[in-house]
Design a binder for this molecule. Structure first.
Ligand code: SAM
Length: 253
């Protein structure tokens, strides 16, 4: 686990220095304009013309939605297991809360399918990477309409969900970054994020907070052979090759 108090923000471009300063104040992370200092330090956030990335000097990870574009084609979206699992019969426009937003990829798929998504991410560094990805996407003609349906809140969803009003139709829970990917490069990227991510110690509190929000459905993303979250048997599951969606369905309030 990496302590963000030991991190630095690297910004070598003087034109971005006020943005870097604002980020430094917001995240309480000191900034530097010297690459060697950042690399010596270990893990750092780099702000450049290409956006914000997390780096260990060797590999970096950035919130990026553009690689998902091939999956966002209208006909294809309805074949996504996530979209199938999120749907509620007889209701076209759904309000979804993504309680564990991460880098926002699942939320993007849902927003592309027409859902309105409120994203909660409690880790301020991951939230900053996601905020940057959303900002860049809002300037991309292929993504701007989709991200206009996504709202990010840097907050602990366990604290927020019980008092959400109105109740969301669907809550998505994906508390861990499990080993879903096979290539070494992708694994390395997830290791970088793991530096920041504290394991969700309180899965039960997360599930209970989601239930307290009174949604019609809770969607739990699991590795295909993973155990049920908190051992709670779902109403039904939809499984692909690597991922399974366990759906808890509740009667209409
Ligand atoms: C596996 S990742 C989610 C990945 C995401 N589904 C995606 O598509 O990019 C889990 C994320 O949930 C966040 N998280 C865990 N518990 C949380 C909580 N109580 N409130 C908000 N975020 C939480 C973690 O910091 C982590 O970034």
């Amino acid at each position: 686990m990496y302590d963000t108090e030991e991190m630095l923000i690297l910004c070598e471009n003087a034109e971005l220095s006020s943005h870097a300063e604002a980020l430094s104040e917001k995240l309480h992370i000191p900034r530097t304009s010297e690459l060697s200092k950042a690399v010596r330090n270990g893990l750092y956030l780099e702000l450049s013309e290409e956006g914000l990335s997390l780096s260990d000097g060797d590999m970096d990870v950035k919130g990026d939605f553009s690689h998902l574009l091939p999956r966002l084609i209208k006909g294809r979206l309805n074949t996504e297991f996530l979209v199938k699992a999120a749907k509620i019969k007889g209701k076209d426009i759904l309000y979804v809360v993504d309680a564990t937003a991460g880098l926002g990829e699942d939320s993007l798929i849902l927003a592309a399918a027409g859902f309105t998504v409120r994203l909660y991410e409690k880790d301020p560094v991951i939230a900053a990477l996601l905020e940057d990805a959303l900002l860049r996407a809002s300037q991309d003609p292929e993504l701007q309409d989709i991200v206009s349906r996504m709202t990010l809140c840097t907050a602990d969803s366990i604290e927020v969900m019980p008092s959400l009003s109105p109740s969301p139709d669907v809550i998505l829970l994906d508390p861990m970054f499990p080993e879903r990917h096979k290539t070494a490069a992708v694994k390395k990227k997830f290791q970088l994020i793991h530096h920041l991510e504290k394991p969700c110690e309180d899965e039960e509190a997360l599930l209970n907070a989601a239930i307290a929000a009174k949604p019609r459905k809770i969607l739990i993303k699991r590795p295909v052979k993973g155990p049920y979250l908190c051992g709670r048997k779902p109403s039904y599951s939809i499984a692909g090759k690597a991922v399974r969606y366990d759906c808890l369905v509740f009667p209409e309030n």
